[in-house]
Design a protein around this ligand. Sequence first.
Ligand code: IPD
Ligand code: CA
Ligand code: CA
Length: 267
Amino acid sequence: VHRDVRRELDSIRGRAVEVAHEAGALLSSGFRSTPRSRTKRTAADLVTEFDERSEALVRERLHDAFPDIAIVGEEGGGQRGEGAAFYVDPIDGTSNFAHGHPFFCVSIGLWEHGQPLVGVVHAPEMKLTFAAARGAGVTRNGEPCRVSSTDALERALLGSAPHDHPRAYLALDRSTHGIRRCGAAALEISLVADGGYDGFWDVGLAPWDLAAATLFVTEAGGEVTDLEGRAFTVDAPSVLASNGRLHGLLLTALAHARALPPIDPVT
Ligand code: IPD
Ligand code: CA
Ligand code: CA
């Protein structure tokens, strides 16, 4: 990365960290306040007034600082166009937030021409802030982080949710140290970059869930593809993020497990 670009990315990362902290303070002010919520597409798909207020704040601050960069947010939408775009999840883990469970975060990721450039994930109640600029590594609360060195699936701790193939989820849960489902994909993928998880996979996530945290994983020495092993893009229908060493083993194990006949639906 060219020196001037490096400086520019560092400055965008710095501003994005400040914005995420401001949004995080707003979320903390509403945490456990029994915020008003309504449902979106499904009965379990919640949105609170804090999702909207957090996104409005992040949009305003980013627009003031970087008026030429498009913004695509979960609640406010937006078009990304040809150039650079920020993907904003104003609360990743809204169900947790609405229930008073502290595992939620703000996620801001900048991509241009199919490449991640900057990412910030801030979880105010967990007191965790991950930040990265392309080629400059990733930090957790200011300290550099690395993926784990686990090289056997039997010793792996994984993150996922049983969205895709519950039987595959159970099969992997039993043949590893276990699968966690913490309810905030951006924060869970961030944990892969920090070695807390050895791998994470899911299907159907949105660009604002993925844009920042997938950059952390590659900056921390890990690997990110889709579940077929293809190069990852921010619009990918599935994601597998790992410490790198386990990537091939996970792709094979998941392909095998996803080919099992599905569990009979409960009638
Ligand atoms: C959700 C969370 C959750 C994941 C869902 C996402 P939201 O995001 O990341 O962990 O399983 O697929 O939609 O709605 O809380 O921003
Ligand atoms: Ca989300
Ligand atoms: Ca959200």
